[in-house]
Design a protein around this ligand. Sequence first.
Ligand code: B12
Length: 241
Amino acid sequence: MASKEEIFEKLNDAVLWGEEEDAAELAQEALDSDVPPKEIIKDGMSPGVQEAGDKFNEGEFFLPELMLAGEAMKAGLAVVMPALLAGLGEEDEGGGTIMMGTVEGDVHDIGKNICLAMLTAEGFQTVDMGVDKELDEIVEAVKKEKPDILGLGSYMTTTMVNIPPAFERLHAEGLTDNMVILSGGVAVNRRWSEEVAKANGYGDDAWEMIKLCKEIMSHPPESRVQAAENFAFSDLEFKHN
Ligand code: B12
């Protein structure tokens, strides 16, 4: 039987080279070998899609290759997600509603979907706002769902500029009194989230987002913003990352 490392090497390669069927089969092989779903996503597939992005950046990959890598990642995730969600309720109950969406002009959704699935698996109520969301759509969704936490994602330097106006608008409409606002995605970082977007928090990946959301929801509503900012921006371990 192949070792976990061998499966991960092949699985990351399958994602990188856009081999959908192989990605699904190898994800299943990892599950059958009792590798935890979270680990498969984090170490078995995410490095592969990341490398596809690097190759695209370096001019070695073009859009078709990028699309195939995205599809292969989705094929692998489709196999792993049911197992991830089957663990629902076994973890600590976090409680609270978390809504996530991708800002206008941006259709990347794999990272957001991983965050939402992992948060669901941790016992949070989750709402997927979708991708390419304009300001009005974000405001309407917040008014309708009244989440405890809103996470906006941007995955391109051309769309990150749409996060600050969204937060400003939500403030102006009085919608942030009982809601914590987070920013994330590969285009943004901690310092930008704090200083430019004026978010209450940031998460490098789904795992950090879960920790942050648990911390937020362990506080009463009136102290959640402060709790988020302390956790995301004051911790020396994370600062200026
Ligand atoms: C797959 C992919 C695509 C797929 C998307 C498929 C899909 N349904 O999502 C397709 C082929 C459609 C695509 C299209 C494009 N892409 Co693209 N794409 C990627 C790629 C390779 C991977 C993205 C991904 O899924 N990563 C894996 C996930 C797991 O990671 P993640 O998104 O970072 O998410 C994690 C964390 O960030 C965090 N997180 C995510 N969201 C949030 C939100 C909150 C609130 C928090 C707290 C945390 C958090 O948790 C997640 C899980 O741990 C990236 C490269 C990269 N390094 O990311 C380029 C990349 C994002 N794309 C890029 C580009 C340029 C494009 C195109 C413009 C290409 C073109 N010429 O048409 C188009 C734009 C389409 C559009 N309008 O949005 C560039 C952006 C460069 C820039 N300007 O910043 C990148 C960085 C590639 C590169 N290195 O150049 N892309």
